[in-house]
Unconditional design. Structure first.
Length: 304
């Protein structure tokens, strides 16, 4: 099977990484188009540790991302008790990198990651289609895939890669309604705030009242993420989500929490989202259409 022209649907981490990798591995012989490009992705922070940091380096973007936020380099996340003292354990690996050639992990701001990957894809020779343009219909043929776009245009590709997330249009067109996002029994309350004047250590903070993550995905920005179980899918409104964080914070005695609590006012940027997952338990392709990333195996943030 000759592959000379590829369409990647989805401009997120999986899609852009695929576009960059295809251009590099084919010595730029494969023409790659990327649809559904977005520079304002959902989410705020993403931890890229161990193999993920390795992959960023292989894609040629690690150093640029590391320079954007020098505060958020770590190969692990330290655990802290209610009084702020470090606990004798950490999350995501040892204090040092795995070896002399392993890059240290990063916490990255998602819009920064999206922009850096898009720039790298274009530099590698991929063609980014206009923002908002995506596929309307796909049809496998003996020679490839006929694609109808949402602007009414049509094209033919040798291969289509669906990297369009947990609510993938490509997956639905290939597998129908067989695989739908399902609630995994946990909600996430997230708060984005200005971090100037906040001396709280980055890491995972644990008290009888609850557990939360604090990091700095971008200079001047703080990010709090607190998860808790729920018997059914639901969305807390702003005030309910803020109250949930207040109850968690109540169990911490570390003096550094004072500034954090003071900022959790009525105008705090607090949102609640439900964790969902998708798992395709059969081959992830049909003829010349394949789905990858969250379109094929979306996990909760703890396992992604």
């Amino acid at each position: 099977m000759t592959i000379a022209r590829v369409l990647v649907v989805g401009g997120g981490l999986a899609g852009m990484a695929t576009a960059i990798g295809m251009r590099h591995r084919s010595s730029e012989a494969v023409a790659v188009d990327v649809a559904e490009v977005s520079y304002e992705p959902n989410g705020t922070a993403m931890g890229m540790f161990h193999r993920a940091a390795d992959a960023l380096r292989e894609l040629g973007v690690y150093e640029e991302l590391a320079e954007i936020n020098t505060e958020a380099r770590a190969s692990y996340m330290q655990l802290y008790g209610p009084d702020g003292s470090p606990l004798p354990a950490n999350f995501a690996g040892p204090a040092a990198a795995d070896g002399p050639d392993t890059p240290i992990g990063l916490v990255v701001y998602r819009p920064d990651l999206a922009q850096v990957l898009a720039n790298a894809a274009e530099k590698a020779g991929a063609r980014l289609l206009p923002v908002g343009l995506t596929v309307a219909a796909l049809a496998n043929t003996p020679s490839g895939v006929d694609v109808a776009f949402t602007d009414g245009s049509q094209a033919h590709y040798d291969l289509v890669v669906g990297a369009d997330g947990i609510r993938s249009t490509v997956r639905q067109q290939v597998f129908g309604d067989r695989y739908q996002p399902r609630f995994v029994g946990e909600l996430s309350v997230r708060w984005v705030l200005e971090s100037e004047g906040i001396d709280l250590a980055t890491g995972i903070h644990i008290a009888p009242s609850g557990t939360f993550l604090f990091n700095r995905p971008k200079t001047g920005m703080g990010y709090v993420n607190c998860t808790f179980p729920a018997s059914e899918k639901q969305t807390l409104d702003h005030e309910q989500a803020r109250t949930r964080l207040e109850k968690v914070f109540a169990g911490f005695t570390d003096p550094a929490f004072a500034a954090l609590r003071d900022r959790l006012g009525p105008d705090a940027d607090v949102v609640c989202k439900a964790f969902e997952s998708v798992w395709i338990d059969e081959p992830w392709y049909r003829d010349r259409i394949v789905v990858i990333g969250d379109a094929a195996h979306a996990t909760s943030a703890h396992l992604g």
